[in-house]
Design a protein around this ligand. Structure first.
Ligand code: CA
Length: 228
């Protein structure tokens, strides 16, 4: 992971240098650019391992950069971590729905920056082969082939929607999903899903999971995440 190439897109010089200094100190190779145009050129010429993308950029904005990257087959798999201003929850939601993997809220501490980047680089998208595997997290075991959840060996009675939701979140520990992304993942289940009903489903799921319910974390203003 040390030596991974990070492309940082940030128009403010101070922040750019802060990013460069701290990530290089952590052993990353860092390329910094100040505009969306330069980001797209650089990524096309030499795809990095991860892109750190400020959303508020002059010219081509961060959202358009993200959209363009995710449309390009060579770059669609390169994780994008957004840099967003505090209180811009709607931006975070929009960015995640465009395919960004994660986000960091400014102002950030250098420690958080490096830790978050390492965590995203560690994640590997789950292939279809893994979808039917039994997942075990702490006391919880999730068996997709039987639609069965057990806590310390004791079965938990879940609806199909609750099961699908839990399995989806648990397959991606640490990933934040918006309500719309969760709805997409459980569509085709036995229940009409709306934003509000995602909250209801999660509340019901947590109740049934008891102490293990805390594994499903609320990310305020954004969505839900399974504990890493
Ligand atoms: Ca900016």
């Amino acid at each position: 992971m040390a030596g991974s190439r990070i492309l940082a897109v940030e128009d403010e010089e101070d922040i750019r240098e802060l990013i460069r200094f701290n990530l290089e100190k952590e052993g990353f190779t860092v390329e910094c650019v100040a505009t969306g145009e330069d980001a797209l050129h650089s990524a096309a010429a030499n795809p990095p391992d991860l892109i750190l993308l400020d959303l508020m950029l002059p010219g081509i904005g961060g959202f358009d950069v993200c959209r363009a990257l995710k449309r390009e087959p060579r770059m669609a798999g390169v994780p994008v971590v957004m840099l967003t201003a505090k209180g811009e929850d709607a931006d975070i939601v929009a960015g995640l729905e465009l395919g960004a993997e994660d986000y960091i809220v400014k102002p950030f501490s250098p420690k958080v920056l490096a830790a978050r980047i390492r965590s995203v680089l560690r994640r590997r998208p789950q292939g279809d082969a893994d979808v039917s595997a039994v997942l075990k997290v702490a006391d919880l075991s999730i068996d997709p082939s039987r639609y069965e959840v057990r806590i310390s060996g004791r079965p938990v009675d879940l609806t199909r929607t609750e099961f699908t939701l839990l399995h989806f979140l648990a397959r991606h520990p640490g990933w934040v999903f918006t309500r719309a992304q969760i709805i997409d993942s459980v569509k085709g289940s036995d229940y009409a899903v709306t934003d509000r009903s995602v909250d209801v489903q999660v509340a019901g799921l947590r109740r049934k999971l008891g102490d293990s319910g805390g594994l499903i974390e609320t990310v305020h203003g954004v969505g839900y995440r399974f504990k890493e």
